[in-house]
Ligand binder design. Structure first.
Ligand SMILES: Cc1cc2nc3c(=O)[nH]c(=O)nc-3n(C[C@H](O)[C@H](O)[C@H](O)COP(=O)(O)OP(=O)(O)OC[C@H]3O[C@@H](n4cnc5c(N)ncnc54)[C@H](O)[C@@H]3O)c2cc1C
Length: 402
């Protein structure tokens, strides 16, 4: 009998799995159940949809021969009976189940975020996770004059840059010491801050938002030091939390995410999990690259192309490319944490670029490129190969420069 593969979650991991499974000639039929009203799309490009650089259609993701079931939220799982239940009461059978439920935005402990009269966020307060969020934000940005983005990680920076490109004066309130501290060091973050400033985005690091004022409609954000930022829009960019309720309700072990082994299998027979919802070897990545690597490994295993396929983890690397603001970061970027590391650094204030290599002997263990990514492919290759570098490492920072 043809195996029936149900994928719960039509996001970046689910779509990638479906596409790869088809491309590898997997023998089963794949159905992708998605809670969102549209077929899978590339979420990483949402900020570019906000600026109008891409439209919703152009960021659609291929699904191979899989059937997409958008607008179909899976409400319950029965791993013993191998069925799932949809919101309309329909029960669907499966032989293999792939959980790819992603993550939800974290709502920070800030007073006044919610409507005073019921559930939901107050008018003018937004998250940016879906195309629907993006549509609502774009609509309000047309008339907005000032926005406050709470959170200065990669999402906050992307959102702020997009709002500034739409002509909205934008301020980032960030609790950490510097922007994107998971991926950038202090100097790179300073260059980024200046580049953002040139685009019309002010950053307040080491500052915490305490309250949103305005009642029904947000009109200001109050900081912990009492300072008040007037605004028409508030965007929450305070991280994400894996969506695990469905797995938990089905009795599958959940830590921060749904626990999986190197086969990306959960404790439930024939149930796997990939992407932002999965916790592998204690790590929930929350990034598109690892989500795709997990989807690829699982597709190899379930399609039969490589029944022993394993996922052993992802190299730490990140890339942001939105408009003319771009950076790439690999591995360990803070050499101060380990006295055995050496650093090679080039900062160019005029061009607004910053480049850094972190080396252990002749091996590259970390790098940052900001504002000039001419050598990014050579750098990525050197980082991934883990081999000793041939020649002077400077060529990884300056190739292609005049
Ligand atoms: C604006 C933005 C910018 C980003 N930029 C970057 C970046 O530059 N680099 C990077 O690496 N990462 C970036 N990310 C993160 C990246 O998008 C995620 O890591 C990636 O989308 C994870 O894929 P996923 O499939 O696990 O989750 P998602 O893409 O979130 O997909 C999960 C899907 O499952 C659906 N779902 C959940 N529960 C159910 C259910 N019960 N039934 C049916 N469907 C369900 C959800 O509705 C959702 O559509 C960004 C994210 C955002 C929002």
């Amino acid at each position: 009998m043809t195996p029936r593969i149900a994928v719960v979650g039509g996001g970046m991991a689910g779509a990638r799995f479906a596409e790869r499974y088809g491309a590898l000639g997997g023998p089963g039929t794949v159905t992708v159940y998605g809670a969102e009203p549209r077929a899978p799309y590339n979420r990483v490009l949402l900020a570019d949809v906000l600026t109008g650089r891409y439209d919703a259609e152009s960021i659609a993701l291929p699904l191979g021969g899989a059937e997409a079931r958008p607008g179909c939220e899976v409400m319950a799982l029965d791993p013993a009976a191998r069925t799932l239940a949809l919101a309309d009461g329909t029960v669907e059978p499966w032989d293999e189940l792939v959980l790819a439920t992603g993550s939800n935005p974290v709502l920070p402990p800030v007073r006044g975020l919610r409507r005073p009269d019921g559930p939901g966020l107050a008018e003018g307060v937004h998250t940016l996770r879906t195309l629907e969020d993006c549509g609502r934000l774009a609509e309000e940005a047309v008339t907005a004059k000032r926005a406050v983005v709470i959170g200065g990680g990669v999402l906050g920076v992307s959102a702020a840059r997009a709002l500034a490109a739409l002509g909205v004066r934008t301020e980032i309130v960030h609790q950490g010491t510097h922007l994107i501290e998971r991926q950038l060091d202090g100097e790179a973050a300073e260059v980024l801050r200046e580049r953002l400033l040139a685009l019309g985005v002010e950053t307040y690091a080491r500052n915490r938002a305490r309250a949103v004022h305005g009642g029904d409609r947000a009109d200001a954000v109050e900081l912990a030091n009492g300072y008040r930022l007037d605004c028409d829009l508030v965007v929450l960019a305070c991280g994400t939390r894996p969506r695990t309720a469905l797995a938990y309700g089905a009795g599958l072990p959940v830590g921060t995410g749904i626990l999986v082994d190197d086969r990306l299998a959960t404790a439930g027979p024939h149930v796997s999990a990939i992407g932002d919802c999965a916790e592998h070897r204690g790590t929930v990545h929350g990034l598109a690259g690892p989500a795709w690597e997990q989807a690829d490994a699982l597709a190899r295993r379930l399609s039969g192309a490589d029944p022993d396929a394993r996922y052993t983890g992802s190299l730490q690397r990140a890339r942001l490319s939105t408009g003319d603001l771009e950076y790439a970061a690999f591995g360990a970027v803070d050499e101060t944490l380990d006295p055995g590391l050496d650093v090679l650094r080039i900062a160019d204030a005029t061009r607004g670029s910053y480049k850094k290599l972190v080396l252990r002997g002749t091996r590259l263990v970390g790098a940052i490129l900001l504002g000039d990514l001419a050598t990014v492919d050579a750098l990525a290759g050197a980082f991934e190969s883990k081999e000793p570098l041939g020649g002077h490492p400077l060529h990884l920072l300056t190739r292609g420069e005049s």
